[in-house]
Ligand binder design. Structure first.
Ligand SMILES: C[S@@+](CC[C@H](N)C(=O)[O-])C[C@H]1O[C@@H](n2cnc3c(N)ncnc32)[C@H](O)[C@@H]1O
Length: 227
């Protein structure tokens, strides 16, 4: 079946939606400077107009291959699979595209995972944590205004590897990352700043998100434990 690269003429006109064919994606990712980055396990990629994931899905396949090659032992490889996944970020405007983007990332991770690890080494916690990483890293919103479709700031998580197979998750606004991301751009510190001027409102979904994640094992990310 030929690849579908447009959904409708209106969408091409309104939002410039034309999906990149696999062959072109591969040609672009084969560029030496890109390959060099892919080979560094913790190098990050952001696709600000992600569509259904033409680039992110192929990047994920390539990064998982690197994780396989660079790991010693099953446990390290499983951690490195999650690390590789955590380095890929996407923003996409259209809800139907984001849904397909998430499905495509989940299915790609699972396919490679099941083809890599034997039945007895497969760990449901890793798969559940992969789903949490994907939903945190794939944002629906406008990359130009840096806001979601409900006007909230787009938020991304940093997944920082720690010794002993652990990871520290920290949330930043996309705004602060673009403007040179530093500690003042963490979601936590923004809300602390707001608290100086307003009573905390527990019904405000932003207040509910006011949290610091506890450092945890990669496979425990799905528990979303708060400090
Ligand atoms: C040319 S397509 C490319 C999609 C994908 N990168 C690919 O290569 O198949 C552009 C995509 O950007 C999305 N888009 C358009 N304006 C956007 C914006 N301001 N912020 C985020 N995504 C946007 C469209 O919905 C569309 O899916």
């Amino acid at each position: 079946m030929p690849e579908k690269i447009i959904k409708s003429a209106d969408r091409v006109k309104d939002i410039g939606e034309v999906f990149t064919p696999k062959k072109i994606v591969n040609l672009m990712l084969d560029q030496p400077e890109i390959t060099e980055k892919i080979n560094v396990l913790n190098s990050t990629f952001l696709e600000p107009s992600a569509g259904e994931g033409a680039f992110l899905v192929e990047l994920l396949k390539r990064k998982l291959q690197v994780a396989k090659e660079k790991s010693n032992g099953i446990e390290e490889m499983q951690n490195n699979f999650l690390l590789a996944l955590s380095t890929l970020y996407g923003i996409e405007l259209m809800q139907d595209n984001v849904e397909m983007l998430v499905i495509n990332m989940v299915n790609t991770f699972r396919d490679v995972y099941f083809n890599t690890f034997s039945h007895e080494d497969q760990n449901q916690k890793v798969l559940k944590s992969a789903n949490v990483i994907i939903s945190a890293n794939m944002a629906q919103g406008n990359a130009l205004t840096r806001k979601t479709n409900t006007g909230e700031p787009i938020i991304f998580s940093e997944w920082k590897p720690l010794p002993k197979g652990k990871v520290q998750r920290t949330e930043y606004t996309f705004d602060s990352i673009v403007e040179g991301g530093n500690a003042t751009g963490t979601v936590q510190s923004e809300f602390e700043q707001l608290d100086l001027f307003a009573e905390p409102d527990e019904n405000d979904p932003k207040e509910a998100d006011n949290k610091n994640y506890a450092a945890c094992l990669w496979e425990d990310i799905y528990k979303k434990k708060i400090e």
